[in-house]
Design a protein around this ligand. Sequence first.
Ligand code: HEC
Length: 142
Amino acid sequence: MLKHLSLIAMAALLALGMGLADQGNNKITLTANKTSPTSGRQMYTSYCAPCHGTDGRGNGPVAPALKVPPTDLTVLSRNNHGKFPDLHIVTVLQNGSELRAHGNQEMPVWGPIFGKMNVSNPQDKLLRISNVSRYLETLQVK
Ligand code: HEC
């Protein structure tokens, strides 16, 4: 059951990454909304909240199906001496989480996914990464 849910999540992300719906066998495709690259909130709600939760605490609907719990995104600043770690976040979104090196594949690498959303404008990807990061900054607890 858990494994199945996890596959659904993966299928959804794959479809998102390829920008088309996957009609394949036993996979259910969740349609990821198109979002504006200027709205961090909209992107967060569509692409991050399923795992990290609307409030960022890591309790999204897909979370129970993951082997590694999604990071609590509200304490990024608290865990970094009170300063929002913007460079780290941009790097994670662009290249993936470092934890992946230890065998975890559950946090998608967003750079290539965002990159495919508007191939004719390379700036679009950077704008998305920057605005998602800024939105995360607004979720920080004091
Ligand atoms: C399929 C579930 C899933 C989705 C969707 C997802 N994440 Fe994650 N995320 C995880 C998991 C699991 C971890 C913890 C393990 C890890 O870091 O690899 C994580 C970790 C993170 C981290 C901490 C990484 C670190 O090394 O400090 C950040 C930041 C993050 N996610 C941001 C995002 C953002 C922003 C989005 C949306 C654009 C997003 N995540 C979408 C599952 C997800």
